[in-house]
Write a protein that binds this ligand. Structure first.
Ligand SMILES: [Zn+2]
Length: 149
């Protein structure tokens, strides 16, 4: 049993000061928090058992939930720094592994990493977008179109 926490406030966490210490040094909102001392897990592992030739991999849990809801089996990775070697073996039975990285610098790093570690094929996400924002704007069809195009 493990828990992870994600900030759901409608702000840019990296730019939101939560408090300022006595010396005036700001602390910013941490988008994700993990339990102390817990190892990282793949999220949504039940999708690994789905009858599908492909699977999506996302950075973060919420995008994995969205993909899965849209009919694309998906697992979430809690950041490249928390990647574990056996994650690649969990994905090995699928013909195609798609990486759904955010359309930003960190996302490109994630895609590059997954291409190396799991031979994942990067899905092109427009700049400044992610799976969730595409879903909010265009619904499940827009999300499915990412891999059908
Ligand atoms: Zn936040």
């Amino acid at each position: 049993m493990n828990l992870r926490f994600r900030c759901l406030k409608p702000h840019d966490c990296a730019k939101t000061v939560i408090y300022t210490d006595a010396k005036g040094k700001p602390s910013y909102c941490r988008k994700y928090l993990s339990m102390d001392g817990m190892e990282s897990n793949l999220f949504n592992v039940l999708d690994l058992k789905k009858d599908s030739l492909f699977i999506g991999v996302t950075e973060g849990e919420l995008d994995a939930i969205t993909l899965s809801m849209c009919g694309i089996p998906a697992v979430g990775v809690p950041g490249v720094e928390n990647w574990q070697e056996h994650f690649s073996r969990c994905l090995a039975d699928f013909d195609v592994i798609y990486s759904f990285a955010d359309g930003d610098t960190a996302g490109r790093k994630f895609s590059k990493f997954l291409a190396k570690e799991a031979k994942a094929r990067p899905v092109r996400i427009p700049k400044g977008e992610d799976v969730n924002s595409i879903y909010v704007k265009g619904g499940a069809d827009a999300v499915r179109a990412l891999i059908e195009g």
